[in-house]
Design a protein around this ligand. Sequence first.
Ligand code: SF4
Length: 233
Amino acid sequence: MGKRDDRLADLEARLRFFEEIGADFLFKSPPAPAKPSVPSILDLPPARRGPAEIHAEVLACRKCGLAKGRTQAVPGEGNPAAELMFVGEGPGHDEDVQGRPFVGRAGQLLTRIITAMGYERSMVFIANIVKCRPPDNRVPHQDEVAACSPFLLEQIAAIRPRIIVTLGKSATDFFVPSVRGMTERRGQFQEWHGLLVMPTFHPSYLVRNEGNQGLKKMVWDDMKQVMAKLGRT
Ligand code: SF4
């Protein structure tokens, strides 16, 4: 297959995805750009170091028990000056093997969502609350979150994104704890240290419920709110 055919196949795949998730804005006249209303200054301590130094420390870290079962730590990746950050719970099997966040089936879906939003994956920053894979993909324990989350906080302080999208309950609870389930909490911006957090479903939940177009539509509605805040619609 030539380069042109590759490009056409890619375009067709993207259009199919847009149709599937109801990305209706693509087929309508674009509305006037929304005025971004996101606070630009975070109420967080200034970063002591950049994402690259944090990355190196994470790779060598053995501060909690998750170090024992990992293949390698997964520090996170992306643009060190990203306006948009995605945060999940922790690495899964594929991420543990490859040392990169969100690269399995759920990660591929996340990448498609990011692309549909008009970004390249490298334009955003993707990270997790804990940087090493919990055994059997269990929810990280409190002591593990306590040991690891300073890395994430440092990443946020260094990157200073304008919006954080939290993927699933664990990530959402880290920023804005609540007893309410994700169905009630998704799609509503929350404020955290002067920046906006948008809770949405974890892509692995969408993968597990593949036939449920309603779930995909909900996530896309949440992302449309993020795009509007960032002036990208
Ligand atoms: Fe260190 Fe975090 Fe891995 Fe625990 S999960 S060993 S704190 S990098």
